[in-house]
Design a protein around this ligand. Structure first.
Ligand code: GLY
Length: 406
């Protein structure tokens, strides 16, 4: 009798414990809902200001703030050209505001000239963030299809079958005969899209070989990645493993780790190949459990920067990691998914706070502060960057879709 009584008590205790945890989670979710809503309201007004700024320079797209405090504008062949229209597409997706859709269409159209650009591996960033989002959100028109398919074909011309990769930069600098950077994983999404639309296996074969070769040669024992691997274009032999934007050749440049995480997560989604999923999980573990990962989960610009904890943060890397972790949480078991989502939530709360979100009307109308583009080149240090805003809003949408739209 006594035992039954105790058991009943324990059960009641457990149920109330469960309910209180559930209730506090529900509250946390409610407030994340609010945080997301406020983030998009702010994004909408900041980007209205940025769009107004751009009226005076048709054909240009905003990227950052220059050292003299002026707006850094780029031409459509810049690797970052697609992020501004892409961010407008995300704001349109959330708000449904037709005027923003018009702006997104206008700035997207600036990139049409790039559809046959064979001089850059970044064509995926450029066209998939702009035209790719247009394709996803609007009626499927022939012109958009043509731009994206042409861009994918242009990217394939950079593929070298001896190496098994598409070439990143056309440069002989630092003795790199055929440099491939980890960032290039991001451009494979355009190829996978082209494969699905056209049915032409060439696009998929190029993407898969690039991902396989990168998996083999870019990663270290601890699952961090080199930034640049340069190959002999005739034999495919690896000649150099170095960095361009990181602290040193052996360091873990934060955005490079972010591109790798996002790229392998995306390639798992597109192919179902478990080796990509495993790579993504290993990168996630490297990032999340790194001794130099700050409490708010916004990384320093390089995990091995010499002056940690006084090193600059890179908000762009944080935003890319956040977006990737939310997607990766779809492909793993509950505990692991919970860990990824908890990190992502910490990141989103931090990014939405005044520590990283600019006051309305400031920051040249970019949303986020404190990114690092190219510290060793003494460029874009502790500034807003268009791609930080892009992946931040993408992460907000992914979090909303995952947590609130089941
Ligand atoms: N793709 C160049 C960068 O991440 O800075």
């Amino acid at each position: 009798m006594q035992q039954i009584f105790i058991l009943k008590k324990v059960r009641i205790l457990m149920v109330s414990l469960f309910l209180s945890v559930f209730a506090s989670n529900a509250d946390a979710h409610k407030s994340m809902d609010k945080i997301i809503d406020e983030a998009f309201k702010n994004a909408r007004s900041q980007y209205a200001g940025l769009t107004d700024e751009m009226i005076s320079t048709p054909g240009f797209l905003p990227h950052s703030i220059l050292p003299d405090g002026s707006l850094h504008r780029v031409i459509p062949s810049s690797w970052v050209s697609g992020f501004f229209p892409g961010t407008l597409w995300y704001i349109y997706e959330y708000t449904g505001d037709k005027a923003i859709r018009k702006d997104a269409e206008k700035f997207t159209s600036y990139l049409k000239t790039q559809k046959n650009n064979r001089k850059t591996h970044d064509i995926g960033f450029m066209l998939f963030c702009s035209y790719g989002n247009k394709w996803r959100l609007c009626e499927k028109d022939k012109e958009t299809e043509d731009v994206l398919l042409s861009g994918a074909k242009a990217l394939c011309t950079r593929f070298n079958p001896h190496v098994g990769c598409t070439q990143s930069w056309d440069t002989g600098k630092r003795g790199w005969s055929f440099p491939v950077i980890i960032d290039n994983m991001m451009n494979l999404e355009l190829l996978m899209w082209a494969y699905k639309i056209s049915g032409d296996p060439v696009f998929k074969n190029v993407a898969v070989r690039h991902a396989d070769t990168t998996l083999k040669n870019h990663f270290r024992e601890d699952n961090s990645s080199y930034h640049v691997v340069s190959y002999n274009p005739e034999t495919g032999v690896v000649e150099k493993k170095q960095t361009h934007q990181g602290y040193n050749d052996g360091s873990a440049w934060a955005r490079g780790q972010a591109w790798g995480l996002y790229g392998y997560t995306m390639m798992y989604r597109e192919t179902g190949d478990k080796s990509y999923l495993e790579m993504a999980r290993k990168i996630a573990s490297f990032i999340i459990h790194h001794k130099n990962m700050p409490k708010d989960k916004i990384p320093y610009w390089d995990f091995d920067a010499p002056n940690i904890p006084h090193a600059y943060r890179d908000v762009s890397a944080g935003a890319v990691i956040c977006s990737a972790l939310i997607e990766l949480s779809n492909y793993v078991k509950t505990d692991e998914a919970g860990e990824y989502l908890a990190v992502a939530e910490t990141q989103l709360r931090a990014l939405a706070s005044p520590a990283y979100t600019a006051k309305p009307g400031t920051n040249k109308h970019f949303i986020l502060k404190h990114s690092v583009g190219y510290l060793p080149g003494n460029r874009e240090i502790d500034v807003p960057l268009s791609y930080a805003d892009y992946y931040y809003l993408e992460a907000m949408l992914r979090f909303r879709n995952k947590v609130f739209k089941k």
